[in-house]
Design a protein around this ligand. Structure first.
Ligand code: ITT
Length: 196
């Protein structure tokens, strides 16, 4: 089975390559010339489905898409579905950290309960075949630590760990991560499609 990993985020691609290593599928990156998928929906799950279907139709192929982010309930769910551009510019991790830390300080918080959510959708040109969501709960801090990973990894400690995601190897992060949990949930569908 040929399966396009429908994300322009290279860190997500690396994590999916690790998490899907045992699936009998050839994993392909999105061709660079494709337009950006529209994101009009308002939940991780619905946006992942929108992205998967858009790219599956563009490519006439099977596609796996991810929509993910960090949710801080004490900040009314921010950054949530706006995680990638929370600080103003898409993918600017330092600006995103600064905005989140400023919002926490406005509320008098130096740390807060938080979770990462990852919705993964699998589609072909006929429609969405499966969509799931994985979560990891933990603590978000008002200072960064660690150099691995991406996004909010330097600010987040999963429950049951002393280290931030950014202080872990990709394999160690995968023992906890929202993306690993989502892949576990979608795995049976991928395997049955790969074997059919
Ligand atoms: P694509 O839409 O092309 O997949 P993107 O990075 O724009 O790439 P999203 O819209 O799903 O993807 O935004 C996800 C953002 O949430 C991401 O840019 C990070 O800021 C954050 N995020 C998601 N998963 C994360 C993780 O595992 N570790 C740290 N931050 C994460």
């Amino acid at each position: 089975m040929r399966l396009f990993i429908a994300t322009k985020n290279v860190h997500k691609v690396e994590e999916f390559r690790l998490l899907l290593a045992d699936i009998p599928a050839e994993l392909l990156p999105l061709p660079a010339e494709l337009p950006e998928a529209p994101e009009t929906a308002t939940t991780f799950l619905a946006i992942a489905q929108e992205k998967a279907l858009f790219y599956a139709r563009q490519l006439g192929a099977m596609v796996l898409a991810d929509d993910s982010g960090l949710v801080v309930p004490e900040l009314n769910g921010e950054p949530g579905i706006y995680s990638a551009r929370y600080g103003g510019k898409h993918g600017d991790d330092l600006a995103n950290h600064a905005k989140l830390i400023a919002r926490m300080h406005e509320k008098g918080l130096s740390s807060a309960e938080a979770y990462f959510a990852c919705a993964v959708a699998f589609a072909n040109a006929d429609g969405v075949i499966g969509a799931v969501e994985g979560r990891v709960t933990g603590t978000v801090h008002d200072f960064a630590r660690g150099t691995h990973g991406f996004g909010y990894d330097p600010l987040f400690t999963p429950h049951g760990e002393g280290r931030r995601f950014a202080e872990m190897s990709m394999e160690e992060k995968a023992a906890y991560s929202h993306r690993a949990k989502a892949v576990e949930l979608i795995r049976p569908i991928l395997i049955s499609m790969a074997e059919s």
